[in-house]
Write a protein of this length. Structure first.
Length: 179
């Protein structure tokens, strides 16, 4: 076989609320890597005022059954009673399209909100990812420009997202392609 072997990809990931300091720090580092370095949307740091009230969610690669690294993240917040917003969805490049991490993060984000009384869940989705969300039962409300890039303001069909009250435990996802 030519070329270097593919990077190691854990066979299982846990998607959960970020409850440990290293999980919160790992989520911040992944966001900087994806939104500042890879996409160039922000200069140096992508943190904003929403982080003070948002609940961070992480996907952790597991090694020998132990959580090892933050490889995915999203955050949710409630700007007004019943209305929840998801933002800063990111999966580490080498973990994309291997373990449904993006879809699993979206699932826990919305299901955590529904467990907390959400009656409307929305997000500004980069247009190139709108199809991913449509497949997860989201619909486009309008198309807008944000950070100089085209976005869809989308809303989740909550009947597809039953409440998940135990976000601190989260759930395990299995990888399609493992090392
Ligand atoms: C968008 C992102 C989070 C998706 O994460 P991911 O872990 O690759 O997504 P998943 O593996 O859960 O994808 C679920 C399904 O949607 C598909 N999919 C993934 N990204 C897609 C896209 N942009 N458009 C259409 N389908 C997509 C996957 O192939 C998979 O399909 P399958 O189950 O038939 O194989 C990831 O690509 C990412 O971090 N991108 C950079 C950051 C970014 O753009 N964030 C803003 C999101 S609005």
């Amino acid at each position: 076989m030519d070329g270097p072997p593919p990077p190691f990809v854990a066979s299982a990931h846990r998607v959960k609320l970020a409850t440990q300091a290293w999980e919160v720090a790992g989520a911040a580092a992944l966001r900087r890597q994806v939104f500042c370095v890879e996409q160039g949307l922000f200069d140096g740091d992508d943190r904003d005022a929403i982080d003070a009230q948002a609940i961070p969610i992480v996907a952790l690669a597991e090694l020998c059954g132990m959580p090892d690294a933050v490889v995915g993240t999203v955050r949710i917040h409630q700007p007004e009673p019943g209305l929840w917003i998801g933002s800063r969805l990111a999966v580490a490049e080498e973990h994309r399209r291997v373990g449904s991490l993006g879809a699993s993060l979206i699932r826990l984000a919305v299901s955590t909100a529904t467990a907390r009384g959400c009656h409307c869940f929305q997000a500004h989705v980069q247009s190139r990812n709108a199809l991913l969300f449509r497949r997860l039962r989201w619909t486009t409300l309008e198309e807008v420009e944000l950070h100089g890039r085209p976005h869809h303001r989308m809303q989740a069909d909550l009947s597809h997202y039953p409440p998940w009250p135990d976000g601190a435990q989260g759930f395990l996802t299995l990888t399609r392609r493992a090392a």
